[in-house]
Design a protein around this ligand. Structure first.
Ligand code: CAO
Length: 415
């Protein structure tokens, strides 16, 4: 038995944000029926292909554990099938451009008429307001949600981050909203509309940066290393390089081999609680009692110099040696791991966080498994479906169509 067993999802999602949400729900046990346009399907099937004519890794890594049906929802008979799916399913998840579902004839009002228990969950770029009609992709959300303006170095341009906080981050928020709505439906018997806007989700993940915007109105952000050097950081949260910006200063430091290995670096945190251990480890025992070094506030104006000195020590060790030496002393640090190192990490394979999946057309490939581990709802990562792989099965088993009716749908190109 899985946590969401018995929940049927009408998965009308495409690209990344929506599919990450429904993939999570599928991993938790929901029956996820992915609806795609006949012939082409989700655009990502054909994007960034590494093998000709085979579903891309972009698609396969975002659509595990789903069943796939093709349906032209703009044709009359296609609309009828969609209506029957709406009546049968518990949740409709979509991330079309604003208005697309209404244009298709499936407004929220119409969906409620068809199935008052239906939970309709949407990803949109923006919530209600001046930009609500805009299409949005990942990096647009990172820019409009506050991430880009606070990422990068102070004297450089805004930067986008590799973590897909706009797409996958919003998918995660939406999944939580859906599960909460399912829970509430147990009491009310009614469905509801769930919206996760990408701008809102990014801003939620940048919460601490809005904190700092307000702090800077009252005085300098002393926990930012440039403030310690006397630089005027302006009137809003600045880009702060690799500063932790929190109560425990941190920075990325070079390790042995940095000259030729782009990832020979470690994130090193000078946690106050273990300051003495740090001083002993890096060969600066006098810092423990020296004036200007003994307490965290005293160190703030020289934190860059302190990290320079620690780096002289980390440069003599590999990033893994730094980790091995720091861990027993309770010094928080972490090696900068490359995708190659993560792909090869046995511990991640053992926990199912990195999984090898077999696909009938591409063969074996690596993917990221479910990051949520539950003791009573185990996840088995199953390959993504081929385009329309389960069309007949869904029409028959879920909707009760007869063979002749399916043949007629096929003849009219509705499926
Ligand atoms: N049968 C028939 N038509 C279908 C269909 C089906 N099965 N599935 C989709 N369509 C139609 C839609 O109805 C829409 O038609 P209209 O424009 O005539 O109403 C059309 O396909 C295109 O849909 P779209 O506008 O959503 O797709 P797009 O490629 O132009 O835009 C995106 C993509 C992502 C920018 C847009 O969907 C969007 O802004 N979504 C919300 C935000 C979001 O999720 N962004 C993250 C994407 S991942 O980086």
């Amino acid at each position: 038995m899985k946590a969401l067993e018995g929940v049927k999802i009408l998965d009308f999602t495409h690209v990344q944000s929506g599919p990450t949400c429904t993939q999570l729900l599928a991993w938790l046990g929901a029956d996820c029926i992915k609806v795609e346009r006949p012939g082409t399907g989700d655009a990502t099937r054909g994007q960034l292909r590494d093998i000709p004519d085979v579903d891309s890794l972009y698609f396969t890594m975002l659509n595990h554990n789903k069943r796939a049906i093709t349906l032209n929802t703009k044709s009359e008979s296609g609309k009828e099938v969609l209506e029957r799916l709406v009546k049968t399913c518990d949740v409709l998840v979509e991330n079309f451009a604003p208005g697309a579902l209404d244009r298709m004839g499936f407004s929220w009002e119409r969906i409620q008429e068809l199935n008052p228990r239906m939970i309709m969950a949407s990803v949109k770029g923006f919530g209600p307001g001046p930009y609500e009609d805009c299409k949005v992709y990942e990096n647009v959300a990172q820019c409009t949600g506050g991430s880009a303006s606070t990422t990068g170095f102070f004297d450089g341009p805004p930067l986008v981050t590799a973590a897909q906080i706009g797409d996958s981050g919003t998918g995660l928020h939406l999944a939580l909203g859906i599960v909460a709505a399912l829970f509430q439906r147990e009491q009310t018997g009614r469905g509801q509309k769930v919206l996760a806007a990408m701008q809102d989700s990014v801003l939620n993940l940048c919460r601490v940066k809005l904190r700092d915007h307000q702090r800077i109105q009252r005085g300098p952000l002393n926990e930012y290393s440039l403030a310690g050097k006397g630089v005027d950081l302006g009137d809003t949260t600045p880009r702060a390089g690799n500063d932790s910006g929190g109560g425990q200063p941190g920075w990325i430091l070079k390790c042995k081999g940095w000259e030729h290995d782009a990832n020979a670096y470690v994130y090193f945190i000078t946690q106050a609680a273990v300051w003495g251990n740090i001083c002993d480890l890096v060969g600066k025992p006098d810092w423990k009692t020296a004036p200007g070094y003994a307490s965290p506030p005293e160190r703030l104006d020289k934190i860059s110099d302190i990290f320079d000195a620690i780096e002289e020590w980390t440069k003599t060790k590999t990033k893994f040696e730094v980790m091995e030496l720091c861990n027993p002393l309770n010094i928080p640090c972490g090696p900068v791991l490359s995708m190659k190192e993560l792909a090869d990490e046995p511990a991640l394979r053992e926990t199912g966080t990195v999984v090898e999946v077999d696909h009938p057309e591409r063969g074996k490939y690596l993917t990221v498994g479910c990051p949520i581990k539950m003791s009573d709802s185990e996840v088995e990562v199953l390959r993504s479906p081929l385009l329309g792989e389960h069309t007949d099965e869904i029409l028959k088993d879920v909707l009760g169509y007869a063979d002749e009716e399916i043949a007629s749908l096929r003849a009219s190109k509705a499926i």
